[in-house]
Design a protein around this ligand. Structure first.
Ligand code: NAG
Ligand code: NAG
Ligand code: NAG
Ligand code: NAG
Ligand code: NAG
Length: 322
């Protein structure tokens, strides 16, 4: 019994709250707005029923008054303006803050006389500068590069990311630290990259209200490798030794041929000499027999008389075997 009573009471309370909300005659939209400094920001008030005077306040200062009976809109300065959403109706009012400043951030209040004031929150972001103070860098192939990106006067601290040749750099390769400086932030992001080829590296700083990130870029230039002397020397040495080997082989072949020829000549010479001496001996004996030495010799050299050559050869063979 008590439980069901409690539930009924709870439901009644919820209904009471909702009914109160529904009966609220002024609604403001949006209730939270974030704008970039120097942009324009709008708030729309929807007012049910008849009203006489509406005031708009920014950070506790009344900046604009609308008087329904005289159809007048009176801003405190040019930066504030208002208009009726529809010309024929007074139930919708659009309030604009032009060229919003950081000082505008805070509460924006719509106060319709005879109603509860309604409050919205205005946040103002500010973009500052981005730079890579180190500028272009040169590095050896495969070397490691550390680049630093500095952003100053941002609010809030921007989200910093890096790209290399347009490709996002893995976030594990960079670190960002931010320090508050008055009412804005300075940040320093350090990225560590391995350079394999020339690259354009960009540091990007972004905020939710920035349509495109602010960026700064530098170039990593790979310095040409000094000529690898060991390779060059190896090539020269191998080619050189190859050539040398060829020369050596050629030399050996030529030498061998030459020696063989020489040997042949020597053998021929020896044969001739020995044949000659032997023949001389024979001739002497022949001479004794009464034959002319000159005749035999010329016959032997001519080599056309079978008898003498045959006998000479036979004698020569006999001699070599000895
Ligand atoms: C807003 O700022 C711009 C440039 O700073 C200026 O030309 C323009 O007149 C300003 N608008 C208002 C309504 O103050
Ligand atoms: C960096 O390198 C780029 C491309 O080589 C060149 O256009 C630019 O002027 C260089 N910047 C500086 C500060 O030397
Ligand atoms: C980033 O690097 C980490 C560690 O080296 C790796 O685990 C991760 O997968 C990488 N992320 C991307 C998107 O490449
Ligand atoms: C990021 O900071 C941590 C801690 O200070 C350090 O160990 C790491 O090396 C840094 N990484 C880079 C890419 O600078
Ligand atoms: C932020 O940067 C500005 C401009 O370079 C400099 O004057 C200021 O000292 C820096 N503040 C901090 C906290 O680093």
């Amino acid at each position: 019994m008590t439980a069901s009573w409690k539930i009924s009471f709870g439901l009644m309370s919820i209904c009471l709250l909702q009914c109160r909300a529904a009966s609220q005659k002024v609604q403001l939209e949006p209730l939270n707005s974030t704008a970039l400094r120097d942009s324009d920001v709008q708030f729309i008030a929807t007012i049910q029923g008849h009203w006489e005077v509406t005031n708009w306040g920014v950070r506790g200062i009344q900046v604009l008054t609308i008087i329904n009976s005289t159809n007048s809109i009176i801003p405190s300065e040019d930066r504030f303006s208002a208009r009726f959403c529809v010309n024929t109706s007074r139930s919708c009012v659009e309030f604009t803050v032009h060229n919003v400043t950081r000082a505008d951030a805070g509460e924006v209040v719509c106060n319709v006389q005879g109603h509860q004031p309604v409050t919205a929150q205005l946040y103002v972001q500010e973009s500052g500068t981005v730079s890579i103070p180190g500028g272009n860098v040169t590095v050896k192939q495969g070397g490691e590069v550390e680049l630093e990106c500095v952003t100053t006067a941002w609010f809030p601290a921007p989200t910093i990311s890096w790209t290399q040749n347009g490709q996002a750099v893995n976030s594990s390769l960079y670190n960002t630290t931010s320090t508050a400086h008055g009412d804005s932030f300075n940040s320093t992001s350090t990225v560590r990259l391995t350079a394999s080829r020339n690259a354009r590296v960009e540091c990007l700083a972004s905020l939710s209200t920035l349509t495109a990130p602010r960026s700064s870029s530098v170039y990593i230039e790979i310095v040409p490798k000094p000529p690898d002397w060991t390779v060059l020397i190896a090539i020269v040495v191998s080619f050189g030794s190859c050539g040398l080997l060829v020369f050596l082989i050629l030399g050996i072949v030529i030498c061998y041929k030459h020696r063989k020829e020489k040997k042949q000549n020597y053998q021929d010479e020896m044969r001739r000499v020995r044949t000659h001496s032997r023949l001389s001996v024979i001739s002497t004996t022949e001479q004794v027999r009464g034959q002319a030495n000159e005749y035999y010799e010329s016959e032997n050299q001519r080599n056309d008389t079978g008898d003498w050559t045959e006998s000479g050869f036979m004698k020569h063979r006999h001699m070599t075997f000895v």
